[in-house]
Design a protein around this ligand. Sequence first.
Ligand code: DAH
Length: 358
Amino acid sequence: MAVKTEEKLLETNKLRASCLFEIQSCDNLKKLETLKSAILGKNGKITEVMKQLKTLEGDRKRLLGAEINSLKDIVTKKMNEKFSELEMKELDKRMRSEFIDISLPPRSENVGKIHPLTKVEEEVSNILSSYGFAFADGPDIESEYFNFTALNVPDHHPARAMHDTFYVHKLADENGRKLLRSHTSPVQIYAMRENTPPMRFFSVGRVYRSDYDATHTPMFSQIEGIMIDKNVGFSHLKWILTDFLRKFFEVKSLRLRFRPSFFPFTEPSAEVDINYEIRDGKIVFGVGNKWLEICGCGTIHPNVLKSGNIDSSKYHGIAFGFGLERLASLKYGIPDLRGYFEFDERWLNTFGFSHSAK
Ligand code: DAH
């Protein structure tokens, strides 16, 4: 029996040596997990030896029991140490592989540019808002009534033909044939009907005419403005347009010339020119005696006020209309109108604005 215990003790020593060797030479956490269950798990080597204790008795059992317990303690301790060591190693490896060198210069970002129309729309809106003009809107698909009749353009009036209107065939309702609005002036009628005077509104939007060359595109944009009050007249129009254009072109010396003209919706009507000169092949505003047409305007015709349900014996109004692309092209030197709608990135990179620009 004594021999048997000796043998067992010898076996325990061997087991300790082999376990410690295996733990020591293990080089990754996954392997260590497997090793742990192979040594200390339910069917692990040490557990197996402990099961054999049951077959012994008395002193032998105690002697061998103490030996196996110390073996288990040592192996468990070494195992835990190895776990910490490998965990540290793995963390270290991850930290090194995920290292970010914050001293490197950033990669250049491909940031989009702001379209000149967006930029100019914002500039125009800011100036008009500062006079107390609020934004008003109307539909792109209009009817003959709002696009023409309500604006004092009677049936068969030549002005209807002047606009080269796109009609939406087969579509009509009580307001006549449907069409793509040829100007933003119909917004005047909605603004008048939906509000009571005094009022100041402006609109910016797309309009459509069947025309295509370097200075005409089938779709372009207009700005419309109206102001209605008891004592409003041409002098207000002159002040507003002068101040507006000086601010927009950022030229204090800009001069305006009001030329008598005709629009069915205003009476009297005028076209406004601004002065300029060509210097070194470039257009310079506010100097010289050359004139460039910039907008149409007038005092609102009583028939138009009537269409807007406004009593023309009490109230008067002024109105004006600009082409947005024309404003943008003149201010920023953009040559061909067609570029605005071709969605060519090279065009936008040339004429667009970066986000940081004011
Ligand atoms: N609707 C005109 C056009 O498209 C522009 C215009 C002229 C608008 C005079 C107005 C105005 O409000 O008073 O040609």
